[in-house]
Design a protein around this ligand. Structure first.
Ligand code: LFR
Length: 475
């Protein structure tokens, strides 16, 4: 993606897009980062071929996964995918040594077995970890490939659950007590840092020439939250966001992490943001459930695109609910079966058709978002007057309306490419084009088409929420 800034507006232009699914290696699930790298180079070559005057390049990706390099800078195997089986059961083992309270007060991060902490614990006795000289998270790996700079950008570092939330450095003693090797963690640096020039081989191979590499908030959600087009003059801090994609990240922005016992009990996370902000949020399983259900439908010859599935869902009735965050939805062999099994086990009516099943998932997500937003309001003492839905999922008008109905809060949807916009605007700030996060958001607000959804049918949705809560205790 290329972002062009004229001093008032930012315009994006897509040059190349590729899928980033996991690959099976023996019995494990990995990321083919070599393939991703070749796609990144293809995109950069296209930019160079069009003679675009590029000021800087920066990368953001999903969080928690990492690459290990040996003493000769060779990759120690393809990185594991966070949905790999090896993490299952790690939390129970970790908390035999350190309590949840001890880990939470140190890191401020919600407990999930996908976290780097659990992944490293699962790998702690492996040869790869014994031989590792350097650990880079995924975007840092690509920054290193681009520039030769090795470091871990702060917003992404926080997601690992290995960083000390107060000190902003690695929690070495905590990792030592869990038997996790930790000398190989590269140093942490702040988003917006200029990492140097493109290394000469990349400059030459892509044809881009002498261009800076500037790290954005390299955690995709960090970039997305930086791009929330909130009108701070109107709403102050009375706003929330849902970064809606494969995951739904439901949160608020604060100036301090919230590390209370109540926050820990609610399993709320504190991820680092740009300009010293904190992303106090919760991971909800998100549209992953719809993506995998679509695949399961296609596998039995009911092949429909997202627009068609959403249309079917809009026309369907529903009074059944799932807990989207149930572990069974993390990586089941067949998502349709996982959803119907969940409904059977909780004694609920099965959807009559495919549209009904998608509607059940979307309504459950919307109600779950409402629960999380209510938790966040209690924990922070703020009252949320508007929820910004950003990311690819913000294009789903049905879901946006369901969110407004379920939460009773005004929803403003868009932009769909929030992550890219946040990424390029942080680079733009480093180049001196804008002065602050507030200005970045103003530019993005003025450059995007936003859609507003007012809450409807509140009495019905209060009943649905009560039913959801009586059936499922999501925590
Ligand atoms: C979203 C995201 C979430 C993170 C999950 C796994 O793409 O980065 O923020 O919890 O993926 O990395």
């Amino acid at each position: 993606m290329v972002g062009a800034f004229d001093g008032n507006h930012i315009v994006l232009d897509e040059k190349h897009r590729f899928e980033t699914g996991g690959v099976k290696v023996d019995q494990t699930l990995r990321w083919d980062v070599n393939l991703f790298w070749s796609h990144i180079c293809q995109g950069l070559k296209r930019v160079a071929a069009e003679n675009i005057d590029v000021s800087s390049v920066g990368v953001d990706t999903w969080a928690v996964d990492y690459v290990l390099l040996d003493a000769q800078d060779q990759m120690l195997g393809l990185p594991y995918h966070y949905r790999d089986q090896r993490n299952v059961g790690t939390l129970a083992k970790i908390t035999k040594t350190l309590s949840r309270g001890e880990i939470y007060s140190r890191t401020g991060i919600q407990f999930m077995e996908i976290n780097t902490l659990c992944q490293l614990f699962a790998a702690s006795q492996t040869e790869a970890l014994a031989n590792a000289h350097c650990l880079l998270t995924i975007p840092d790996f690509f920054h290193w490939k681009l520039s030769g700079f090795k470091g871990i950008e702060f917003t992404n570092a926080t997601t690992t659950q290995c960083l000390d939330v107060e000190q902003r450095t690695w929690a070495h003693s905590m990792l030592d007590s869990l038997g996790i090797p930790n000398k190989m963690f590269a140093d942490v640096y702040e988003p917006g840092k200029n990492l140097g020039r493109l290394s000469s081989d990349v400059a030459e191979m892509t044809g881009l020439g002498d261009v800076s590499v500037v790290a954005p908030a390299s955690h995709d959600t960090g970039s997305a939250v930086a791009a929330v087009p909130v009108d701070a003059k109107k709403y102050g801090n009375r706003w929330g966001y849902i970064s809606s994609g494969t995951w739904s990240l439901v949160g608020i922005e604060t100036l301090q992490p919230i590390l209370t016992e109540e926050a820990r009990a609610a399993n709320i996370t504190n991820e680092g943001g740009v300009e010293g902000t904190w992303r106090v949020l919760k991971n909800v399983m998100g549209l992953w459930i719809v993506q995998r259900t679509k695949q399961a439908f296609a596998d039995r010859n009911f092949d429909r695109n997202y627009a068609e599935l959403t249309q079917l869902a809009a026309a369907a009735a529903n009074d059944s609910f799932i807990d989207p965050d149930h572990a069974g939805f993390l990586n089941p062999a067949n998502m349709e079966t996982a959803v119907t099994d969940f409904l059977k086990q909780s004694g609920q009516r099965l959807p009559e058709n495919e549209g009904g099943l998608i509607r059940c998932v979307l309504e459950s997500l919307a109600i779950r978002y409402g629960e999380v937003l209510a938790q966040l309001q209690r924990l922070s003492g703020t009252s949320i007057e508007v929820v910004h839905v950003v990311g690819g999922g913000s294009k789903n008008a049905l879901l946006n309306q369901l969110i407004a109905n379920a939460t009773g809060i005004l929803v403003i949807a868009g932009p769909g490419e929030a992550t890219v916009l946040g990424n390029v605007m942080v680079q733009c700030k480093t180049a001196g084009g804008v002065g602050s996060l507030a200005e970045m958001r103003e530019v993005i607000r003025n450059s995007s088409t936003l859609e507003v959804f007012e809450p409807q049918d509140r009495a019905l949705w209060q009943q649905k929420t009560a039913r959801f809560e009586s059936l499922l205790a999501c925590g």
